[in-house]
Write a new protein. Structure first.
Ligand SMILES: Cc1cc2nc3c(=O)[nH]c(=O)nc-3n(C[C@H](O)[C@H](O)[C@H](O)COP(=O)(O)O)c2cc1C
Length: 141
C-alpha cells in the first residue's frame, strides 16, 4: 500500500451555483477527512478538474463512487501516479472557482481555460498537476 495521486476531469450535468459548490465541498471535506484524502478541485464554466491524494485503495474506491455521481458526466481519468508526499497536505479538498478574467494572467493555460476540454490534459497530463498546484495558495471558499 502506498500513496497515490489521481487526477480526473469531468463536466457538470447542470451549471453549479455557488450554493451547489459549497454543498459539494462540505460533503467532500467531511468524507475526505475521515478517509485521510487530500486534494484540490477546480471548477470553471461547467468543467471540473480534481486531484485526489491518499492510500491507493481508498482513492480508487472514492474515485469509482465519484465517477457515478449524477452531478457530473464524461468523467475521464487523466493520470494516476505513486507519490512520496502529498502536494495538498493541508486541504481535505481545496477549491477554486476560476474567475472569468483569471485565465488572461495564466500563461500557457489560456486556450484551455477559454475552451475547457479533456483532450488537452490527456495529451499533457503534467499540465493538469501544474494547473491544480497553481491554485494551492488561492482558495475560493
Ligand atoms: C466533481 C465532484 C467531486 C467530488 N469530490 C468528492 C471528494 O473529494 N470526496 C468525497 O467524499 N466526495 C466527493 N464527491 C461526492 C461523491 O460523488 C459522493 O456524493 C459522496 O462521496 C457520497 O458520500 P456518502 O456516500 O457519504 O453520501 C464529488 C462529487 C463531484 C460531482
Amino acid at each position: 500500500m502506498g500513496l497515490i495521486s489521481l487526477v480526473y476531469v469531468s463536466f457538470a450535468t447542470h451549471p453549479m451555483s455557488e450554493q451547489d459548490l459549497r454543498d459539494l465541498l462540505e460533503e467532500c471535506r467531511t468524507n475526505n477527512q475521515r478517509l485521510n484524502v487530500t486534494g484540490m478541485l477546480l471548477y470553471r464554466n461547467g468543467f471540473f478538474i480534481q486531484a485526489l491524494e491518499g492510500e491507493e485503495e481508498v482513492v480508487e474506491r472514492l474515485f469509482s463512487d465519484i465517477a457515478k455521481d449524477p452531478r457530473h458526466q464524461d468523467v475521464l481519468r487523466v493520470y494516476t501516479a505513486p507519490i512520496v508526499e502529498r502536494a495538498f497536505p493541508n486541504w481535505t479538498m481545496g477549491f477554486n472557482h476560476i474567475p472569468d478574467d483569471h485565465y488572461l494572467e495564466m500563461e500557457g493555460y489560456s486556450d484551455f481555460l477559454e475552451n475547457p476540454n479533456a483532450a488537452y490534459f490527456s495529451e499533457h497530463p503534467s499540465r493538469a498537476q501544474m494547473l491544480l498546484e497553481s491554485f494551492r495558495s488561492e482558495t475560493f471558499f
